[in-house]
Design a protein around this ligand. Structure first.
Ligand SMILES: C[S@@+](CC[C@H](N)C(=O)[O-])C[C@H]1O[C@@H](n2cnc3c(N)ncnc32)[C@H](O)[C@@H]1O
Length: 302
């Protein structure tokens, strides 16, 4: 599992990468390394009827293959669950780890949640933003910001960031990620709101206009904090329209989704200049080239 990627990883300025991506059908797990820890995810989905592996065995094999301590292998079962449950705490607390991605650093929690706080499939896009290739020094809006990793990247490129999420825990985590990167929270905003209603207010008031917007909604969300559900397939067209209303002339919307078999609403093609940038945004360590789809969207003529 590890040799090729261990070698590859040593040449990369990152301590967090995917080393195994369901490569063998009988071993349908995902393994990501975070320094001297590794997370193993196994799916438990009755509909897909995948082989269920024994966690003790998987932990022992992974520890041996990666030459890591068994207690640093974190085994997680991903079952089909409705929206918000995916982001709930699983229990047990431990210290945060720190992952480096080039110049950027992120707090990783391998213990408490199904996800770690950093989605590695978006490393190339974070790096692109941090490098200044999407502009520098303007205003950045990060919708569904989670732990603010994209805001950290944008702030590193000199953007003033507004990060919105409905979870206080994740917004707090985002501010900790800013501090970890020695980025002062001053000049940046962290807003706890249900985006589905809040974005309407933003469009109505048009108080702020942005140079760069990152829109990366969950595929589905149905928290009690929301007045309606979010379904990315159903809702992406109006979300994109609203984002484009908040855009300065010449600004860029980066829209991304992890929803499988997602199709961009065809009417959007007539309204905006749209470029599919998925290929350049999938990292080399992911053999799942359909992990996400991503588009760069501009106003026509800008
Ligand atoms: C898949 S994560 C987004 C990933 C993030 N863009 C990143 O790259 O790290 C989903 C996030 O959406 C937030 N969320 C879900 N529904 C929301 C809503 N209606 N309003 C605001 N935040 C929401 C969750 O709290 C969670 O932090």
């Amino acid at each position: 599992m590890s040799k090729h990627f261990r070698k590859w990883a040593r040449r990369q300025p990152t301590t967090a990468y995917r080393v195994y991506d369901r490569d063998i059908p009988d071993v349908p797990i995902i393994v990501e390394v975070f320094g001297d820890h590794a997370i193993v995810w196994m799916k438990n989905d009755e509909e897909e009827q995948e082989p269920q592996l024994d966690s003790t065995e998987v932990i022992a094999t992974t520890a041996a293959a990666l030459e890591l301590a068994k207690e640093n292998i974190h085994f997680k079962v991903r079952s089909r669950m409705p929206g918000a449950m995916q982001y709930q705490k699983l229990g047990r607390s431990g210290d945060f780890l720190i992952a480096a991605e080039g110049e950027l650093k992120f707090h990783i929690n391998p213990y408490d949640y199904l996800d770690t706080g950093l989605f590695l499939d978006h490393r190339p896009l974070r790096q692109k933003i941090a490098s200044g290739a999407c502009g520098t020094g303007g205003k950045f809006l990060n919708l569904f910001c989670y732990t603010g990793s994209f805001s950290v990247a944008a702030a590193a490129a000199g953007f003033s960031c507004t990060s919105i999420d409905m979870s206080a825990t994740y917004l707090n985590w985002a501010t900790e990620n800013f501090a970890l990167n020695e980025l002062s929270a001053a000049g940046h905003q962290f807003v706890r709101e249900d985006i589905l209603t809040y974005i309407k207010k933003m469009v109505g008031s048009k108080k702020e206009q942005y140079d760069l917007i990152f829109l990366d909604p969950p595929s589905f969300s149905n928290s009690s904090k929301m007045t309606t559900t979010l379904d990315v397939l159903r809702d992406h067209a109006w979300l994109i329209d609203d984002c484009m209303q908040l855009m300065k002339t010449g600004g860029v919307l980066l829209f991304s989704t992890n929803k499988r078999r997602f199709k961009l609403n065809e009417q959007l093609q007539a309204k905006y200049q749209i470029k599919d940038i998925t290929r350049e945004t999938i990292p080399q360590d992911f053999s799942d080239k359909k992990i996400h789809q991503c588009w760069e969207i501009r106003k026509i003529g800008s």
